[in-house]
Design a protein around this ligand. Sequence first.
Ligand code: SF4
Length: 253
Amino acid sequence: MPPFDTFFNPDEIAALTAPDFSPEQNLALLATKFAGSIVFSTSFGLEDQAITHLLHAAQLPVSVFTLDTGRLFPETYKVWSRTLEKYGMNIDVYAPDTTALESLLHKKGPLSFYESVENRKECCEIRKLEPLTRALKGYKLWITGIRAEQSPNRQHMEVLEWDERLGLFKFHPLFYWSQEKLVDFISQHNIPYNSLHDKGFVSIGCSPCTRAVREGEDFRAGRWWWEDNSGKECGLHQPSDNNNKNVNTVAAL
Ligand code: SF4
């Protein structure tokens, strides 16, 4: 059972989970409550850029990190650089373990992820999961850019959850935002964004594993498009027992 009562009083839970909650106020509440143990992961997608803007605007003491898998798009590196220029904030970087990556490339070559789901998960484990586990070590609360509207899976998630595997809380400050609201926010505040979003890319991950999404397709359809939907997990957000709900979520990064 997640230790919600240990960490939050009823008023805080009500404020954090209300559908009309203010992301600014709740991020400030959590930054104070989890001072020194709160972290935000960014992959420089629209949601992450909006959260980065909010954190910077309020000068909240929240650590920020990204995962550099080594296979990101040039456009992602560009928006990463523009974000550093605009906000001047520290973004920690976690890269794959060199020995594990060299071994994988030596044994299976650079495109093994196309050959089987097992191979793809192996690559995600080395390039994403292991660095993520290192990045989150010691933190008690993880802020992500997940929104309910992104997929049917995500509509069953909670805005504030306990991740049993990682042993920390996850909070999704834009959980109830629509795509329209998000795009308006980015535009109004002149926030730098990944130019691939203008070319039909929605969820942007590694270059060889991401394509643009066609009209009517699911938010995640452009990720590992050669697999059927049942295998589309990279493990960043594992299925968890969240108040006895089987929340089967997929990666935000
Ligand atoms: S998304 Fe593709 S390239 Fe990136 S870690 Fe996973 S399998 Fe490897």
